[in-house]
Design a protein. Structure first.
Length: 202
């Protein structure tokens, strides 16, 4: 590109990281990491999409530790993680039994690196949605309760979108969603999840 007089920008670099990462081979994923390193040497700041692509690349070669490293490094540059990043991170961590470790890391980074209340709310809502869609309902409920009850994150409550995702993740047989009272024959675990989700909504 440079030979043709084109200066690569963040869109070019992120597109290459994404393409090599999705190829899924050890060699191609390593190329995506090398491209990221080159981008950083050029002084180009990553975006949230760049972070999501990097973690997806890590997921394809089962490299949890590198995914954690990228998450921390990119967040330190002021990037606020969204659903796509959490989706890929939770998938790789669930596969390797490291969800609790991931959540501890994420919440630590949110507390230390994301300083405004609005951005903290955005990223924690995205995390609750990702947990819900990965069917990690207990973790999603626990986080929602922590956000509602704790002043640590400086928030007043989770968003409607996060609650809808949470309610949709704990379906009850005979009821379309958790806004309906538990039906007869509902398991104790699902009934508890629905009751807690309703309490959060109210």
């Amino acid at each position: 590109m440079k030979e043709e007089g084109i200066t690569p920008n963040i869109v070019h670099y992120t597109s290459l990281i994404n393409a090599y990462g999705k190829a899924g081979t050890q060699d191609s994923v390593q190329k995506s990491f090398l491209i990221y390193k080159m981008m950083k040497m050029q002084g180009i700041k990553p975006t949230e999409v760049t972070l999501s692509c990097l973690i997806d690349a890590c997921r394809r070669i089962y490299d949890v530790d590198r995914a954690f490293q990228y998450f921390v490094d990119v967040c330190k540059e002021g990037i606020v993680p969204k659903y796509g990043t959490y989706h890929h991170l939770l998938k790789i961590c669930y596969a390797h039994g490291r969800v609790e470790e991931a959540l501890a890391l994420i919440l630590g980074v949110v507390s230390e690196e994301i300083l405004t209340r609005r951005k903290r709310k955005e990223t924690l809502d995205a995390l609750i949605i990702a947990l819900s869609r990965e069917m990690l309902v207990d973790r999603a409920l626990d986080l929602a309760n922590r956000v509602n009850k704790s002043r640590k994150f400086g928030l007043f409550g989770v968003s409607t979108a996060a609650l809808v995702a949470l309610c949709g993740a704990c379906p009850i047989e005979g009821a379309p969603n958790c806004f309906t009272w538990p039906a007869a024959g509902t398991s104790a675990a699902n009934a508890t999840n629905h009751t807690e989700a309703l309490a959060l909504r109210d």
